[in-house]
Design a protein around this ligand. Structure first.
Ligand code: SER
Length: 315
């Protein structure tokens, strides 16, 4: 147990809910404040907080004497394309509000999730380097790319200890994703168990980088626990875990559900996926704080199917 008082923004989201529980496990429930515009059951301390409302952010930080923030509130890639203004307000103004509050209240550490979406087709998408060209083609990617630079600026100018990961698509069994391009890799497991079939919106051979939720949580807490002197990247770290295509995940599911059937109906998310890395070089994460994934595709499939079988499938 620690003495930190932690605020999680976007705590009702796909990652927020699970990260909240993970942090409660590490620090104790009195030390973690969940915040979002939707309240769910299961939060010991919850504050309604719209991330675009700076006054409210200040109030919550003061009331709970917050000294560490995990800023997860964001609009994901597919949803951002449908609502640019909302994506700008939440992804950009929301981050700026957190950074400003970070300076004002001398917040000790801030976590900002960035994304593989910061890269575009001027990067080497087969093995994207830490400092590869960023020409994002989605509003979400543009906001995360700018966000990384805002973070680095605040880290350098104000010595704010902001740490960040470029999350790949995150796959877990307790929560559903909310409007990303990598969402299929979660929905496919639910549908495989429910209907033994899935209609995928990207081509069979479209490879995207993904990560199992346990690995994503561990990466986040290992990064946050690393000594400050080890953190050489103040924009955001590349992390690599598993890269696969829809046909490969379908094959992996078929080893457990032999009559599983995959079909394809391609939509606008194909263009997004085509401009994202297929695999990333994560040597800085390995060297600076010892990153190594533990789940490969088949181990993840086994865990997903076993756990989803034990608990009711979410619709
Ligand atoms: N999973 C995210 C998305 O698809 C990528 O960061 O939007």
């Amino acid at each position: 147990m620690s003495n930190s008082k932690i605020l999680v923004t976007g705590a009702s989201g796909q990652v927020g809910q699970v990260l909240y529980r993970h942090l409660v496990g590490l620090h104790g429930e009195d030390h973690v404040v969940a915040s979002d515009i939707h309240q769910l059951d299961g939060f010991s301390i919850f504050e309604y907080m719209d991330i675009t409302n700076q006054h409210r952010i200040r109030e919550v930080i003061q009331r709970h004497k917050i000294d560490e923030i995990y800023h997860l509130a964001a609009i994901l890639s597919a949803n951002a394309e449908q609502n640019p203004t909302r994506a700008w307000n939440i992804n950009m103004s929301g981050l700026l509000n957190i950074l400003e509050a970070g300076v004002e209240f001398s917040i000790k550490k801030i976590f900002f999730p960035s994304s593989i979406a910061v890269f575009g087709n001027h990067a080497n998408l087969d093995m994207t380097d830490q400092f590869d060209a960023q020409h994002p083609t989605t509003l979400y990617g543009i906001s995360k790319s700018a966000g990384e630079n805002w973070c680095q600026y605040y880290a350098e100018k104000y010595d704010l200890d902001i740490r960040s990961l470029r999350y790949p698509g995150i796959i877990g069994y307790t929560t559903l994703p909310g409007g990303g391009t990598t969402d299929y890799a979660v929905h496919i497991y639910h549908e495989a168990l429910k209907q033994k079939k899935y209609e995928c919106y990207v081509h069979a051979d479209t490879v995207m980088p993904m990560i199992y939720m346990d690995d994503a949580l561990r990466a986040t807490s290992e990064l946050m626990a690393a000594p400050k002197k080890n953190i050489s990247i103040r924009t955001s770290y590349n992390i690599q875990a598993i890269s696969f295509s829809p046909s490969e995940i379908a094959d992996s599911i078929s080893t457990y559900i032999p009559d599983f059937e995959m079909s394809y109906k391609i939509d606008f998310r194909q263009t997004i996926a085509d401009n994202w890395p297929r695999r990333l070089n994560d040597q800085y994460a390995q060297n600076d704080w010892g990153w190594a994934p533990r789940f490969d595709l088949n181990k993840m499939t086994k865990e997903m199917l076993e756990n989803l079988t034990l608990q009711p499938t979410i619709n």
